[in-house]
Design a protein around this ligand. Structure first.
Ligand SMILES: Nc1nc2c(c(=O)[nH]1)N(C=O)[C@@H](CNc1ccc(C(=O)N[C@@H](CCC(=O)O)C(=O)O)cc1)CN2
Ligand SMILES: Nc1nc2c(ncn2[C@@H]2O[C@H](COP(=O)(O)OP(=O)(O)OP(=O)(O)O)[C@@H](O)[C@H]2O)c(=O)[nH]1
Ligand SMILES: [Mg+2]
Length: 459
């Protein structure tokens, strides 16, 4: 496939030690040579070498930059096309000038994700791997990056390809039956083979789907909101969990006014931890908006840590808030255990039997281990699956796998009911196609464009 040569700045915008202008396409080396002056023209150097030289504006003769130019010739490259990477000093202005020069001398500005899109279009990676690249860049915790890395390396692709091969094997058997319908015993053998093999495929798809709840948590972080009345110790809890003093803690009720978000790892589970303004009626306009945001965050939370003060009785306000969260995952944290007990914990437990209660004294660091165990227990039944297994975390993949599971169920059901085998065949082909979409086979150009447009510029 011959596409125009593209160029972009592939490093973050801003001051840095080094910034890279990357070119990809058949004319990459030729365009670079129009600007590059070194011991040898890049056209003549070996592939996969890096070469010292200068970028000179051919129109003015001005030396614009001192660079190292890496040359990588197709097909052993990220895009499978010729690639030149011009390593510049990291100033915003000069990198931009080098980019402009490449554009002026034959390259086109790359669209977001276009390098990776070419890696896909040129067959180096499948769509699930390309999506893995993006997840990898965006991952916020070690676990998330491990899962994304595996996907980027082709783990899901291999898995899906295996399933598609199994379906092809079943289809081949069905084909025999359609070709020789007069042999009854062939038909019987086919039906049981089909049911058995299709069931195996279905089980595998189900297994992948089962991983998705955890996969999504690993990828996005479990959205966890800390709420409660003012001054109960919400910000103290956030600081304790992240082991840092990011949130302001004072003994003034109403200290936190706005939402604060931090990522933290609890027993291997990435949490997107959100500290909120204490919920209460207030006339303070800033605090009022904060309280409104707290209520909003509550609605969207996957886990709620409701903090109470051991030193104060349960109020109507607490009850109102707790009642409103009855169908959510809530852990009640009775904090300030070091103070005189005025909260009836038994009453709390009997009012909300589905909400585990954890007792803490954050100021002394007690009880937080117990809280961490509870969180892990709620979402991973005590322990996280090894990150070595295949996780599905992408909504597009999950949706396709659900459809595939339903199509193959139809196939199995029909086979069991002695429906003509060519009907069964249709459902099997459908399953095969749906799985193909996960890895990017026969997907529309529109979908591809949409997926890659979410990438960073220069990737
Ligand atoms: N300077 C630089 N650093 C970078 C990248 C880059 O493009 N440029 N990468 C960009 O994301 C990542 C590295 N990822 C890469 C993935 C595949 C190939 C590649 O050339 N693959 C070929 C040949 C491999 C080989 O030589 O064995 C292939 O798979 O066919 C290169 C980089 C991270 N660091
Ligand atoms: N005795 C005692 N004091 C605590 C404990 N945890 C927090 N505190 C104190 O309680 C006060 C309020 O703590 P914060 O973490 O600011 O409370 P908050 O819930 O974030 O308060 P707002 O942001 O105002 O809603 C501070 O003076 C903390 O030092 C605890 O376990 N025991
Ligand atoms: Mg606070």
């Amino acid at each position: 496939m011959q596409l125009e040569t593209i160029s972009s700045i592939s490093t973050p915008v801003g001051e840095g030690a080094i910034a890279i202008v990357r070119l990809s396409g058949v004319d990459a080396v030729e365009i670079a040579d129009r600007l590059y002056k070194g011991a040898n023209p890049l056209e003549s150097v070996d592939s996969h070498t890096i070469n010292y030289g200068h970028i000179v504006d051919p129109e003015t003769g001005e030396t614009v930059e001192e660079v190292m130019a890496a040359i990588m010739r197709a097909p052993r490259t990220y895009t499978r096309e010729d690639i030149v990477e011009i390593n510049c000093h990291g100033g915003v202005h000069t990198v931009n000038r080098v980019l402009q020069l490449t554009l002026k001398h034959g390259a086109r500005m790359a669209e977001p994700g276009e390098f990776t899109k070419r890696a896909f279009l040129n067959g180096r990676i499948d769509l699930s791997q390309a999506e893995g690249v993006m997840d990898f860049i965006r991952s916020k915790t070690t676990e998330a990056s491990k899962v994304a890395n595996q996907q980027m390396q082709g783990r899901l692709k291999t898995h899906v390809e295996g399933l598609r091969q199994s379906i092809l094997n079943i289809l081949a058997q069905v084909e025999v039956n359609i070709d020789y319908p007069e042999y009854d015993d062939v038909e019987e053998a086919t039906t049981s083979f089909l049911e058995e093999e299709a069931q195996k495929v279905k089980d595998e798809i189900r297994k992948l789907l089962k991983s998705s709840a955890q996969g999504k948590i690993l990828r996005e972080g479990l959205s966890t909101v800390i709420v409660g009345k003012p001054n109960v110790g919400k910000s103290s809890l956030l600081n304790y969990l992240i082991q840092d003093n990011k949130a302001i803690v004072t003994d003034v009720a109403g200290t936190t006014r706005d939402i604060l978000e931090e990522y933290v790892n609890v027993n291997g589970i990435p949490l997107k931890l959100i500290d909120t303004a204490g919920i209460r009626d207030t006339d303070d306009i800033v605090e009022k908006i904060g309280v409104e945001r707290s209520r909003q965050a509550l609605k969207e939370a996957e886990l709620i840590l409701y903090v109470l003060n051991n030193n104060e009785p349960l109020t109507d306000e607490d009850i109102e808030i707790l009642d409103s969260m009855s169908d959510q995952n809530v852990i009640n944290i009775v904090n300030k255990l070091d103070l005189e007990p005025k909260l009836d914990i038994e009453d709390l437990q009997s009012r909300y039997p589905d909400m585990p209660v954890v007792r803490t004294s954050i100021i002394n660091g007690t009880g937080v281990d117990d809280l961490e165990d509870r969180i892990a227990g709620l979402f991973f039944e005590g322990e996280i699956q090894s990150v070595d297994s295949t996780y599905v975390s992408n909504n597009r993949h999950i949706h396709l796998l659900e459809q595939a599971a339903s199509a193959i169920s139809d196939a199995i059901e029909s086979a069991g009911m002695d429906v003509p085998v060519d009907i069964v065949q249709i459902d099997l082909v459908k399953t095969w196609e749906l799985l193909g979409e996960v890895i990017g086979e026969d997907v529309s150009e529109q979908l591809i464009d949409q997926l890659f447009s979410q990438f960073c510029l220069g990737k």
